[in-house]
Design a protein around this ligand. Sequence first.
Ligand code: FCB
Length: 458
Amino acid sequence: MSLLHFPAGFRWGTATSSFQIEGAAELRGDSIWDEFCRAPGAIADGSDGRVAVDHYHRYPQDVELMASLGIDTYRFSVSWPRVSDPDGSVNAAGLGFYDALVDALCAAGIRPWLTLYHWDLPAWLPGGWTNRATADAFADYALQVHDALGDRVRVWTTLNEPWCASFLSYAGGHHAPGHTDAAEAYASAHHLLLGHGLAVRALRAADPEATLGLTLNFTPAYPADPENPADLDAVRRIDGTAHRFFTDPVFRGAYPADVIADAGAAWPADLVRDGDLELIAAPIDVLGVNYYTSQLWRAGEPSPQPTPHPSATDGVVVDRPWLSRTDMGWEITPDAFRELLVGLHRDYTGPAGVRLAITENGAAIDDPDPASGPIDDQERIDYLREHLRAVHQAIEDGAAIDTYLVWSLIDNFEWAFGYTKRFGLVAVDGDLNRVPKASAGWYAELIRTGTLSLPDPS
Ligand code: FCB
């Protein structure tokens, strides 16, 4: 057995999002995800977020549970259609829920980490993110939430995974609003980033001491044949829209020229206006990294089906049968995580003096029903351990990482997969009771000691 010690002051926590856990949909306005759930066939099990795991009513218990595990940081998101009314005014009762949640977290000694946008866009905003006006509305909403909670919430993430909220949602059709139009995807990606920039400007002016950032998702792309120029080019284009479309304007103040060239006629005229890139590149304090897997790609024939990679419809994912997979079918590749973190620090965050935080990492495992007894989710523990080993190595290699948050605290609504995929450290039974899994106890012990135990290789 060898022991890896994390730096003193390293922060441990868990993450969730509003639509996935809250329920109490009758107490808020519709989001695009409520509408998407009503579309026949959109959600694997035909489910929705109306009740979810009823966190809205059970939050005191969920906070207590986190306190019992020694959780230091809790990343949650605010539901925009809960705290805003269609005329743009504040919904006091909706905001009151987060006020009470934040009070409960602070009383339990848990640091609240607030994400302003985790995909539940108010359904009433015309055109959603394809409309530039949505970026202005987002900044107004950000200030409204900050006015109420800024005295206690000191860490603010503007957006969660804008790639998912744009390319996956407006080009791939997999997420709300389920469109398949490349031009809409580019427009929404830019407007999301603009909303981020406008919100950072507003929050910075209101609260210069706050910690501000955004969270991006990374699925590192590797060529199936590193000697084959066609595979290398497919990887360049995938990486372009999935990653560089977001990191380059935020850290370098420009969209990558190759990405715009690849977009061709799908790049909307007049999309980027004077001053937009300065706003988007406003300094941030922390980059949130969500990581689950990596992929191997080769160049093939252009796909006739819509894909979330509009400039790489010829890209084909190549299976690596020797790798284990999670219940999402995602290959388990912790080494790519280490490489990603070191590369981000070297190329983007390090030079800008920005810290990295792991804002999501975790595994869907096909756990048994909690009714059949304690859940021994050893595969989840193994996944977390291997990925934490990668984080530790990245820190040793110089990456400035100070936080790790498991996705997720609790089993929840996994978007288009409904309730069929389980990522939680805690299960939920048929009566919505919380049932901690073995991984919850394992994580509590890791937090208590700050030390990762690695079994000797067999
Ligand atoms: C991320 C999302 C999160 C969850 C995990 C599994 O893309 O941010 O809400 O669905 O994947």
